[in-house]
Design a protein around this ligand. Structure first.
Ligand code: PEP
Length: 256
């Protein structure tokens, strides 16, 4: 990778940990190892910990993210959190369309609304796409294109520099490193995503959208995924709750 570029290393804590004390401990560990990094490190804790976490000073290379949002600014939407409320807590990035939310019934149309609401609030959506399984006939490629079409339906070229795509094949999430994607296979999918974006926005603009990978990343496979897979960063679940592992992954990314 070109030394002037940096990778995104994004941690998705999901519904962990169980309590505020533990959340602050994990965050302090990550904060310590995120000083003066070339990589852009983003931590996405559960909503309930954002306020505490966002109150201290953050190293320049560390940003806050959220795991979801609603698409309206305010109003009678019990239980929902708006992009404006997240921005007020110094949140910069928001994961949308994670496969675990899609599995709970979130559909492409809703994901598209969330992306547009985030961009209007000047936040950066991390758009998750990914097939449940791969078939020999390559039908999963059409599935990915369809998810991309919905997600980018109303995204205008002026907003493109705020958008990140995270390719997370569902079959590779929450598994062992051996079950994660291979570098070669990932590279092909990254090309497919970049081609879609280039067709829609032109080569220069389309290619500039970072494409990340997520699914059973650990310090053991991170280097192959970044180097051979040509991913521009990683979205990390379980290993992002362990500051030591997470920091090792940042070290690897910084050394490429
Ligand atoms: C995820 O669910 O976004 C994820 C990548 O999880 P894990 O790293 O635990 O597979």
């Amino acid at each position: 990778m070109d030394k002037s570029k940096s990778y995104y290393i994004i941690g998705n804590w999901k519904m962990n940990p169980d309590n505020r004390k533990e959340a602050l401990k994990i965050f302090e560990g990550i904060k310590k190892s995120s000083q003066r990094r070339r990589s852009k490190v983003v931590v996405c804790p559960p909503f309930v910990y954002l306020s505490d976490i966002s109150s201290g000073r953050l190293p320049k290379s560390l940003s806050l993210g959220a795991q979801d949002c609603f698409w309206k600014e305010s109003g009678s939407f019990t239980g929902e959190i708006s992009p404006t409320q997240l921005a007020d807590l110094r949140v910069e990035y928001v994961i949308v369309g994670h496969s675990e939310r899609r599995a709970m019934g979130e559909e492409d149309e809703v994901i598209s609304k969330k992306i547009n609401a985030l961009l209007s609030a000047d936040l950066k959506p991390i758009i998750c796409i990914g097939e449940s399984r791969r078939d020999k006939d390559g039908e999963y490629l059409q599935f990915l294109e369809s998810q991309l079409s919905f997600a980018f339906d109303e995204v205008t070229p002026v907003h493109l520099d705020k958008v990140i795509v995270a390719y997370e094949p569902v079959w590779a999430i929450g598994k062992t490193e051996e079950e994660a994607i291979t570098g070669h296979s990932l590279h092909e999918t990254v090309i497919l995503i970049k081609r879609f974006l280039a067709r829609k926005y032109g080569k220069e603009r389309g290619f500039s959208v970072p494409v990340l990978y997520g699914g059973s990343v650990s310090p053991r496979n991170a280097e192959e995924i970044l180097k051979e897979g040509n991913a521009e960063g990683l979205l990390i679940g379980r290993e992002s709750l362990d500051p030591k592992s997470f920091s090792e992954i940042i070290d690897l990314a910084d050394s490429i």
